[in-house]
Ligand binder design. Sequence first.
Ligand code: BYC
Ligand code: FE
Ligand code: FE
Length: 474
Amino acid sequence: MAIDYAERIPNNVELSTNRTLQRALEQWQPAFLSWWKEMGPTDFNALDVYLRTAISVDTKGWANYGYVRMPDYRWGIFLAEPEADRRIGFGDDFGNPVWQQVPGEYRSQLRRLIVTQGDTEPASVEQQRLLGHTAPSLYDLRNLFQVNVEEGRHLWAMVYLLHAYFGRDGREEAEELLARHSGDADNPRILGTFNEPITDWLSFFMFTFFTDRDGKFQLKSFAESSFDPLARTCRFMLTEEAHHMFVGDTGISRVTKRTLEVMKELGTDEPAAIRRAGALDLPTIQRYLNFWFSSSLDLFGSEASSNAAAYFAQGIKGRPDEKKYDDHIVRDATFELDVPDGNGGVRRESVAMRNAMNEVVRNSYTEDCMRGLNRWNKLIEAAGHAFRFSLPSTRFRRTIGNWAGVPTDPSGRPIAQDEYDAQVASWLPNGDDRAFVASLMRRVIEPGKMAAWIAPPEKGIKDRPVDYEYVRLA
Ligand code: BYC
Ligand code: FE
Ligand code: FE
């Protein structure tokens, strides 16, 4: 059957005149839809959801709202507008024209990075596929589905690059993106965090705050890439990413707000009492935070990485907001790194700055995370409590890089394994926490009503009231 491309797949890549790309996508689209129906939010595909759809890149077209059934969502392909005479912004070829095609010598690196980015998008949809059953409100249910369809579109964005620029091996990689599955023992997703189960909404909010924020920083690094189609694709994805982090940020604010209300009503900060009242005590929230922050730190790769140095030198992957740096070539600069000394202590090591690019980006990420914590802490401070959320050290619970497998406390002090084992239940979600959080997960379906463990949002979506019927559950 002939497809009306502009209608079915909104795009600004001239799909209707590109036969090769059409053929590739015609093959892939049915596979995507079967994946969505099997591995996505399966039980909710028949519902009308009040969703935003991008139909063009200008300010009017990128956010169209209306009721849609998710399988009918118009997953489109959009690149931010080209920048005239754009030049390479960093690395050995600084100042040369950017590439409109993949340079042969960088083909496998670029493909690998695009595949790794693409792999995370459907992974997150798989991780979140059952959360609809326990949504704390219709407002939250709609936000979950909005995040899901947009992660689906992010997958499309990477598949477009694979199909349009990598020929046959690109098409094979696009198929593999639907074949690996989150948590699958035989064929898992590429990066660790994307194989962690997300079975409750506290984890969902932590994931959208911490893990989607890794997405923000990785996309910002690609937005600097000399491979112009990648840079433009990622720049457009960042406009959607902002909403995902909003969901996490406001989700945790609302949970905290509700907890503070309960603390005030009961006149206590005793976790057991707060739990009996059906809310989440602050130390439990902190343990979930420790888990997802430390897992997300691994997504930046090793502190010292020859891959990262090569990507930078070659102009493939830059630093977020490259313009804010003075030196874009970075040939001689060094970076001081604290590494384990193998004797239970810490040693300072000097590495070439190019090799430390993952750590540079991780540090910007950590600062960005801290801004969210400061907002939540202001709520706690205003309520007159001494408790403060904190980020654990970047050495804590790492599985990638210099600190992988080195036991430390949350402040980053190396400790003996048995001391770690004795204390870990107070640092990370323990069995009791998980059982309690699971017990709170009950679906609330009356428009405007919220589960007892979360405060209502300050406002609804797109000027609609909070009690709007964001999902029609008929
Ligand atoms: N888990 O030199 P190294 C998002 C591998 S999130 C497992 O240390 P490198 C989203 C690494 O692949 C953004 N393996 O690191 C969020 C390498 O393997 P190979 C996703 C890991 O290469 C929420 C080896 O260890 N985007 O969009 O400098 C919802 C040594 O590597 C991990 C990207 O990741 C890990 N955590 O940097 C939806 C951008 N970390 O090649 C979506 C693309 C490292 O030796 N990826 N390894 O077999 C990259 O830029 C880089 O691959 C990394 C690693 C930054 C991830
Ligand atoms: Fe994404
Ligand atoms: Fe996202």
